[in-house]
Design a binder for this molecule. Sequence first.
Ligand code: NAD
Length: 437
Amino acid sequence: MKIAMVGAGYVGLVTGVCLADFGHEVICLDRDADKIRALQDGIIPIYEPGLAELVKANTEAGRLSFSHEMKAAIGASDVVFVAVGTPSRRGDGHADLSYVYAAAREIAASLEGFTLVVTKSTVPVGTGDEVARIIAAENPNADVLVVSNPEFLREGAAIEDFKRPDRIVVGIEDERARAVMTEVYRPLYLNQAPLLFTSRRTAELIKYAANAFLAMKVTFINEIADLCDRTGADVQQVAQGMGLDKRIGAKFLHAGPGYGGSCFPKDTLALAKIGQDNDAPMRLVEATIAVNEQRKRAMARKIVAACGGDVRGRTIGILGLTFKPNTDDMREAPSIDIIRGLQDRGARIVAFDPQGMAAAEAVLDDVRFADSAYAVAEGADALVLVTEWNAFRSLDLARLKSLMAAPVFVDLRNVYRAPEMVRHGFTYASLGRPDAA
Ligand code: NAD
């Protein structure tokens, strides 16, 4: 099957290469000519484990190619996926659909023969109707069906998630389209991944509902962690006790500094707006957004408190900047608010992240970047573990302490255990756990 992928970002690139790996002939298109040139030269613009190897293998096998020339590629394709960004619209938080609509117009002009246009981008309910309207207006003779096929992969585990999904959601109520989509995903279908066919609007809403629910779950345990702090209970045991209940499940019950990333913040905001626009307010989601927003600055206050109430002129070392491990993505990372909160109180910041420093440099001011956790510790008045990269899970604590000006360690991911840290002479703070047991 011939497939075009419009948008070669995190989702487009991973989806494109995985579909090529299934045996389809895939061309990834992006209007960013530099990105396409880099990909043509074998340079992968993002960090995602296993991606570079898979791109190389499929390019060499002749199943995967890259271009910024849309017309010929779209005309030759049976299926055109749209995987462009849908960021929050500046000012009001609605999903910005300008990239999706621009892509729809460009695709419309180039369609030849029966083609599916499949929206992978996360889009509000009813966007598929508008994409169909745009295509019909631009190219009234096009033999086209517009499908919703939201993506659920997680950055950092994207290839595994794509190849072993919990489910594939396909929103279209047309037999011809259903047959084509079944063919696209046949290898996964054979692996028993449930292919869930729904209406287009339902598929669009499933994606937002799933993301908002996960964001709510994270935020719930974060609030429980705060309550544990006030009451002496242990949030990790509370989470374990809750998670063993199969109706609840153990995942997404890890207390942390607040969710971030390219999806949860914008998708919760967009769902709240969709609810308001449809007179069905999403009050739980609205509360989740507000709680999470306040939490990131509250983490800065927690760090200041751990430093004795004042960080002016002190050096705070930050371990981990990306919104989660195994990605270089800095979009909406909690580290940004935490660092700004500390800088507002006069702290100097030194930081290290295994993959995210180039992206971090573009969004953070006045941060000194070091090349290891130990270089961060040198002369620091406190260390803060913000992102739980594996590289930070078994640090040489004696060495760290010997390098620091003051042995304060704030663990915003509950990676270490209080007794161990105290034994090494640290003043240790974490989330929702008795700090010195
Ligand atoms: P991204 O910003 O990494 O990539 C988007 C790409 O689209 C960019 O390379 C951009 O140059 C390109 N683009 C924009 N307009 C174009 C056009 N008209 N023609 C060709 N290329 C164009 O975004 P992403 O993180 O891959 O997210 C894409 C969509 O997938 C979003 O709607 C997002 O919500 C959704 N999603 C993302 C994730 C994730 O983990 N990143 C997971 C699931 C769903």
